[in-house]
Design a protein around this ligand. Sequence first.
Ligand code: MG
Length: 441
Amino acid sequence: MLRLAGAASTHVGQIRKTNQDRAIFTPVIGAVADGMGGHQGGEQAAAIAIETFERLSESVPKHRLIDTVRAANRAVFLESERPELRGMGTTIVAAVLHPDERRLTMVNVGDSRGYRLRDGDLEKITVDHSLVEELVRQGRITEEDAQTHPQRNIVTRALGLSAEVEIDAFDLDVRHGDRFLLCSDGLSNEVAFATIAEELHAAEDPEAATRVLVDLAVAGGGRDNISVVVFDVVDEQDPGFIRATAETTRRPTPRATAAALDTAPMPAISSDDETTGEPDDDGGGSDDDGQEGDGRGDGDGRADDDGAVDEVPRDADPAAGVDRSTAARPSPEVERDRSRARLVALGVVITFLVAFLGINWFASSAYFAAEDSGEVVIFRGRPGGILWIDPEVEERTGLEIDELTPAGVQKLEQELEWTSLEDAEDFVDQLERVAVSEPED
Ligand code: MG
């Protein structure tokens, strides 16, 4: 039977006077909340959100976790009606284990993150709902720029800003030895991905991992509150577990994964749809319908260091934000990388094939009428052709251009497209009827 063993830690950092982060790990759930909206507001928002999760006392199915995020959102939103708390909000990242299914659900709103470490590879699971993530996605800044961007603390989604909230959820397979990290941006902005990977991998247990990561973030400047939750997936029946208790296990050298290869664009799932995306399953089934509630149109913001809330349009589209590193790879994994490369190549071939067939279909799925050698002719294809596919003569109608009225010629020159040959023929019939009746007027 699977279970989680973990620890949570939070630190005010070196600059801030208050800690507006909250972090918990219970046998049921791990969660991190990063509050925003002024001193009182930020603390309140994070505390309210985390209390909502703390009340979970038994195993939580996926939909219940999403419902809990919604409940936390409403609770924060209601409290923010109070004038002194107006504008407060909080991020959330939370995870629950489903031991019977050997799966784990992770949810997030905002820029607090979830990662999975497996066989020494660290993979970012969540996608930040932040301005810089959006800029990176649009190719306007690089990942490195994002690390130091002056607006890197602006989030595009948060709990408590409106009655409904959009939630991303990730359904992951788990196995003995997987280690998960949930953290606020006080860690991810202060400590490099590769360092996080290395330390997380090297740490003896979750408690040691939280301590080391918080220490690194504080030492790195500690410009923000820092929260870290680390937990391990433990299967006492797993041979790895039995071996580990007898001797010290040696894990392979840590390396940061080129996550783009085995991390499909993070698909979000909706609570009422059990179809899930699995970021680790070579782009397995994904469900684009990740929209929870509407909430669009109202800008959400993250408090700056001075507590001011910046407004940004809420148009973030969940997209892969992946961390990369060039660390050396140990040889046992070369084979895995090769098969991964083969899969990618196969994917590329399939993509081209689908695109080729799609273009062919599109180019030849319409009919239009045009003049050819003084006659109205029905063509199959698109006027002017599409890429390499020229329209072909489908039917010569015998209707001479000279017989058409000026209005008919004008109509013909519009090169209207029809989805069926019958529709195109009807159109020519109409031209013909007008052409025939006109001289009699
Ligand atoms: Mg923060």
